[in-house]
Design a protein around this ligand. Structure first.
Ligand code: 4NP
Length: 148
C-alpha cells in the first residue's frame, strides 16, 4: 500500500501524519501540500519540537506540492480538512478512482471533522493528539482498502 498525506503547506499537519503513521505501518508513505510556498523546506520548527517531546522524529521530510500524477502513484490519498479534499479533487484525472478521504474519518471517536491547522491555531499538541488517533485508526482499517 502507498499512502499520501496532504495538507495546505506540507510543513505541519501532513508531515506529522506521515511521520506518526510510518512508525506503526509497513506502507510506503509520502506527504504533500496543495500550496507550493514551502517546497523543499523541512517541517515547521515548532511542529517538530512538539513532536520530539513525545518521541516522534520526521525532520528528514521535505515539502513538495501535490500533483495530479499522485492519483496514479498512490493507493490512498488522505486530506486534513475539507479545503484539502476540494483542492485534491480538482486535480483528479478523468477516470481515476483512487480513494480520497479525510484523516479524521479514521478517528470517529474523537468527534473531529478535520485536523485544525496548528500553523494558525498554535495548538501543536492538540494537532498531534488528533493525528495520533487518526493514524492508529487508519492502521486498523487498512485491510478494508484495496491496493490496486
Ligand atoms: P499545514 O500548515 O497545511 O499544516 O502545513 C500550513 C503551514 C503554512 C502555511 C499554510 C498552512 N502557509 O500558508 O504558509
Amino acid at each position: 500500500m502507498k499512502v499520501l498525506f496532504v495538507c495546505l503547506g506540507n510543513i505541519c499537519r501532513s508531515p506529522s501524519a506521515e511521520g506518526v503513521f510510518r512508525e506503526i505501518s509497513d506502507c510506503v508513505t509520502d506527504s504533500a501540500g496543495t500550496g507550493g510556498w514551502h517546497v523543499g523546506s523541512p517541517p515547521y520548527g515548532p511542529m517538530l519540537e512538539a513532536a520530539a517531546r513525545r518521541g516522534h522524529d520526521f525532520s528528514d521530510l521535505r515539502a513538495r506540492q501535490f500533483r495530479r500524477e499522485d492519483f496514479a502513484d498512490f493507493d490512498l490519498i488522505i486530506g486534513m480538512d475539507d479545503a484539502n479534499i476540494r483542492d485534491i479533487e480538482a486535480l483528479r484525472p478523468s477516470g481515476n478512482k483512487t480513494p480520497v478521504q479525510l484523516f479524521t474519518d479514521f478517528a470517529a471517536e474523537t468527534g473531529a471533522q478535520e485536523v485544525p491547522d496548528p500553523y494558525y491555531t498554535r495548538d501543536f499538541d492538540g494537532a498531534l493528539d488528533l493525528i495520533e488517533s487518526c493514524a492508529k485508526g487508519l492502521h486498523g482499517k487498512l485491510h478494508e482498502i484495496e491496493p490496486r
